[in-house]
Design a protein around this ligand. Structure first.
Ligand code: URA
Length: 210
């Protein structure tokens, strides 16, 4: 757990300063940049990816490689939103060496940062990209193929799991599923019904879609 008292932080800029100096896990030794997140801090929609890759680590910005370009393309063509309209961040703020999977202890170290980011942005919808982000956000060991495209009510928000765009880069069938999911994501955003805060059930209350 980060040692800082995040409860006193009331802006993304202040949180970013804390995260950028984080030295609580060994990823600090191999990172080039901390990749905090970017976009509209008041957006209704936050995307959560897994962790920075090579290009993100170099630039200090999430989703700047091929997967990011596909994400931008789907966002604009299917949902009608540009990157500047949404906010995007990762579960891990530092790149795991050789892009290996995030380790459970790394996720736990970074979790308070992601929680605080979400609290400050206060989006209506959190779209989790791929298995790792979905598992970290829902705290469930679940496979994306079972739950993608189905909004889940949690903490007064919708969690909308879908495939990681990297998985769609070389597999047309997954790209098609991602397109279908993004259509549903656009519909969810257009609805003016926010989930009830009181109906919170930590990611277990489904929209009746299972
Ligand atoms: N994949 C991710 O999950 N996040 C990034 O920032 C880039 C690629």
């Amino acid at each position: 757990m980060p040692e800082e008292d995040l409860s006193q932080i009331n802006s993304l800029a202040a949180l970013e300063q804390v995260v950028k100096t984080c030295s609580h896990c060994p990823l600090r030794q191999t990172r080039t940049h901390v990749v905090f997140g970017i976009g509209n801090p008041h957006s209704d929609l936050v995307f959560i990816g897994e962790a920075p890759g090579f290009h993100e680590d170099r630039k200090g910005e999430p989703f700047v490689g091929a997967a990011g370009r596909l994400l931008d393309e789907l966002l604009i063509t299917v949902v009608g939103l540009a990157r500047k309209d949404i906010y995007i961040a990762n579960v891990l703020k530092c790149r795991p060496p050789n892009n290996r999977d995030p380790q459970p202890d790394e996720i736990e170290h970074c979790r308070p940062f992601l929680d605080k980011q979400i609290e400050l942005i206060d989006p209506k919808v959190i779209c989790t990209l791929g298995n790792h982000a979905t598992r970290a956000v829902l705290n469930q060991n679940i496979n994306i193929s079972r739950i993608h495209g189905r909004p889940i009510q949690s903490g007064g928000r919708w969690i909308f799991p879908t495939y990681h765009p990297a998985a769609a880069l070389y597999t047309g069938a997954i790209k098609q599923l991602l397109i279908e999911d993004f259509k549903k994501l656009g519909e969810l955003l257009a609805e003016d019904t926010a989930p009830q805060k009181s109906a919170d059930s930590a990611g277990t209350e489904q929209m009746g879609l299972f």
